[in-house]
Design a protein around this ligand. Sequence first.
Ligand SMILES: NC(=O)c1ccc[n+]([C@@H]2O[C@H](COP(=O)([O-])OP(=O)(O)OC[C@H]3O[C@@H](n4cnc5c(N)ncnc54)[C@H](OP(=O)(O)O)[C@@H]3O)[C@@H](O)[C@H]2O)c1
Length: 331
Amino acid sequence: MRQKARALMPKAVQLSAYGGLEQLKIVDVAKPVPQAGEVVVRVVAAGTNPGEISIREGFLKAMYSMEFPFGQGSDFAGRVDSVGSGVTEFAPGDDVIGWSDQRSAQAEYVLIGAAQLIAKPPALDWFRAGSLKVVATTAVAAVRAVALKPGDTVAIVGAAGGVGSLAVQLARRTGARVIGIASNESAPFLRSVGVEPLAYGDGLAERLRAAAPNGLAAFIDLFGGGYVELAATLGVAPARINTIIDFAGAKKVGAKTDGGTAVPTRESLASVADAIAWGEIVMPLTAIYPFTMVHDAYTELARRKAHGKIVLALDPALKAPLRPAQSSGLP
Ligand SMILES: NC(=O)c1ccc[n+]([C@@H]2O[C@H](COP(=O)([O-])OP(=O)(O)OC[C@H]3O[C@@H](n4cnc5c(N)ncnc54)[C@H](OP(=O)(O)O)[C@@H]3O)[C@@H](O)[C@H]2O)c1
């Protein structure tokens, strides 16, 4: 009898200490019950983000403290299971996109404030919806920070990654010319969305000068490790350089550091979700891992070669392929 009750318990990713992948466990947890203003969502897909690796390894303790056991993950999409009193915007059965500031998204059930959900556009597939919030808000913020206009040329580093693949397209929509700094493997995707690829590595400064002889109007760094200083050396005004990761470099040259929290979350998330749903921009997926393969998902993410998102699938009924076709993108 006891055994049967255990088998029915929902599962969640939990960490019991800072450390490597070995600390990531899928454990049984009690099904949450919504209180006033809260919603319980049955999660269908949950995203992975590189910052979660740094948090798990304990490098960001000051910013993201944990009392163990602790959950993981910000992004999710799923179906509303139950709502607490006072929730009028959502009802059981609604399909939603959400985000967890408590890092509890990688779980079969998430308990969340109703203000941290938006309706999922019906035409947006679960996997893109479930890995959208962090990259969408960050891409909107990074592009907005450098105030692009038609006629500008902007260079974007990390152009085909989770944030970059959206940011390059949002930048293109301003009418700017966009140079995407990335490896050769990323070049076909970048060209397909109207972005001019340029390889990183030795000689990048010269390649940028040749590609933009009249200079760059703006520079967006989505990778870190010295690109902000390169932008300043190339003569880009500090107010039009934005990095989402190199805070020390930004301080040195006076660049901006607008990330996901610099823009209104619901509005930015909804605008990007709609743009993807209507086919105005594309969101590549690198891989969809079953929830039980969370270690493999983070091993792949840590390689920093993702082109788009690496997503966890929590609904086995969807039978998602591990590597979805990028063209249709609808597993
Ligand atoms: N401040 C914020 O609000 C915020 C929010 C989200 C993320 N972040 C941070 O922003 C960064 C980007 O996040 P993400 O999710 O987009 O990461 P990601 O998807 O893991 O980025 C992968 C990309 O990095 C590129 N890359 C690898 N080596 C590179 C190099 N030496 N130079 C330039 N690009 C290189 C790869 O391009 P190729 O495959 O073409 O080599 C790949 O497309 C992370 O450090 C993350 O922690 C900050």
